[in-house]
Design a protein around this ligand. Structure first.
Ligand code: HEC
Ligand code: HEC
Ligand code: HEC
Ligand code: HEC
Length: 236
């Protein structure tokens, strides 16, 4: 069964009142939606902390200006954009009064939609849009481990159990899909380039970077066409 249909049936009716009364600081959901990758990391109970926490350690040039790039990018505005004239028009045509209060829009325009309120820490703001933890998973454990480290604690390598760091198209197509009223064909390679935020502290060779940047979705028509044209030129 499509996980979204469960979400709608389960959360649609229940969540709405909570949402409209408490959009700012409040956890938006009472229905538990399994967060991809979380169970497999064995970190059940790991909570969402919000982008401000990440900013403490992931801004400044020597750390790749990751937070600065996110702030200036499309995802930081994902909630605000629901107040635009364009959003209101789309919503009106669908019989939705206020897109910023409708599950039908919030699902893809905020982080941790439908997640149990116990898994959301105070200070987390849905109005901050599609935040770091949308793609990296809840960050409480990572924050705790790295905070201890920064205070002189033991230094350990970051593991996939601690925080997700995968270039995987499925991370994006949860939202960038045909259910989006403004859907445009999704070329993973191209869109990933638009939000790229490598951390210079992670040492990589040019070859390794090139390989990462060339990753695309297997069914991307645009990349398939590019390859075909390269082939015709006899470049290979
Ligand atoms: C107390 C400091 C601190 C905070 C807060 C923090 N991080 Fe980190 N993070 C680090 C450090 C240190 C590294 C390792 C950097 C390196 O040397 O490559 C790291 C690495 C990462 C990585 C790369 C993991 C890998 O496999 O290499 C990701 C992704 C990440 N952080 C995301 C986040 C997100 C999302 C948040 C907010 C929820 C966050 N961080 C909050 C310190 C922090
Ligand atoms: C399935 C996920 C999903 C749902 C549901 C969704 N959106 Fe979006 N929305 C997106 C994505 C992804 C984008 C980025 C544009 C793109 O590439 O599709 C976007 C972009 C937008 C934009 C910016 C215009 C643009 O073309 O970039 C507006 C306005 C918008 N959405 C309004 C809405 C409204 C109103 C609703 C509810 C009726 C809604 N969306 C529901 C995923 C979704
Ligand atoms: C739309 C999804 C998305 C959002 C939002 C996002 N990231 Fe990432 N991030 C990724 C992906 C995918 C990677 C994997 C690295 C790659 O291959 O480019 C990554 C990589 C990273 C890395 C490791 C970089 C490296 O060199 O390996 C850090 C650190 C990081 N992100 C932190 C953050 C922080 C902090 C935020 C919020 C301010 C954030 N990310 C927001 C998808 C996202
Ligand atoms: C939780 C839903 C969600 C996820 C997951 C998500 N996005 Fe988005 N994305 C959006 C929304 C909503 C917008 C539109 C925001 C706006 O117009 O301000 C958007 C806009 C964008 C844009 C700018 C507009 C465009 O279509 O070119 C890019 C680039 C983008 N996303 C890349 C990615 C990539 C790459 C990933 C995966 C690593 C990803 N997104 C994952 C919801 C999401």
């Amino acid at each position: 069964m499509n996980p979204f249909s469960a979400l709608f049936v389960g959360a649609g009716l229940l969540v709405l009142p909570v949402l409209s009364s408490n959009t700012e600081t409040g956890p938006q959901g009472i229905h538990v939606r399994p967060v991809d990758g979380m169970d497999s990391r064995g970190l059940d109970g790991n909570r969402y902390v919000g982008q401000k926490v990440c900013k403490n350690c992931h801004s400044k040039p020597e750390k790749g200006e990751v937070h600065e790039k996110w702030s200036a990018g499309p995802h930081a505005k994902a909630f605000d954009v629901l107040a635009s004239e364009a959003a209101k028009k789309i919503a009106k045509d669908m019989g939705i009064e206020d897109p910023q209060k409708s599950d039908q829009c919030l699902e893809c325009h905020v982080t941790a939609f439908g997640v149990d309120k116990d898994l959301i820490k105070r200070g987390f703001k849905p109005s901050d849009g599609v935040q770091c933890e949308t793609c990296h998973g809840p960050g409480e454990e990572h924050f705790k481990i790295r905070f201890k480290e920064s205070q002189g604690g033991e230094s350990t390598p970051v593991s996939a159990e601690e925080i997700l760091n995968e270039r995987d198209v499925a991370t994006c197509t949860k939202c960038h899909n045909e259910r989006s009223p403004t859907y445009k064909e999704f070329c993973f390679k191209e869109r990933m380039a638009a939000i790229e935020h490598f951390d210079p502290r992670k040492e990589r060779t040019e070859e390794e970077l090139k390989k990462l940047r060339e990753t695309c979705s297997p069914d991307c028509k645009k990349c398939a066409k590019e390859k075909e044209e390269e082939g015709k030129k006899g470049g290979d």
